[in-house]
Design a protein. Sequence first.
Length: 120
Amino acid sequence: MEADPRVPYKSLFAASLALLAYSTLTAVALAAYFARTTQAWTYNSVLATVSCVLGVVASAIVWRFPSRLALIAGMAVMLSSLLRVGPFNEWTWVSFTMLAVTTLLLVPLVHALVLLPPNS
């Protein structure tokens, strides 16, 4: 079976790696959060844990079964995790960093979504 020349495998690989990098950074941030807090399970930590796990799942789906729906699901996971940033008047440098890193890691997913044929 030959590979379909219309499917941008390099872009899909980059999108999958971006989702894995996102999940890894979220897991590191969770470990740091759990190490310094006394009340570990809050709304933010549960949302981060769920988005970390779903990021790995979305990465696997993008890699094994590439489709527009899988890419959109990966983007939804990453964007929904920004709910933990909170209201603008409570932002710190961590909030800006989370927003910047998430935006940068979304670029490969958007690029793969643009390059993927419409019928996939």
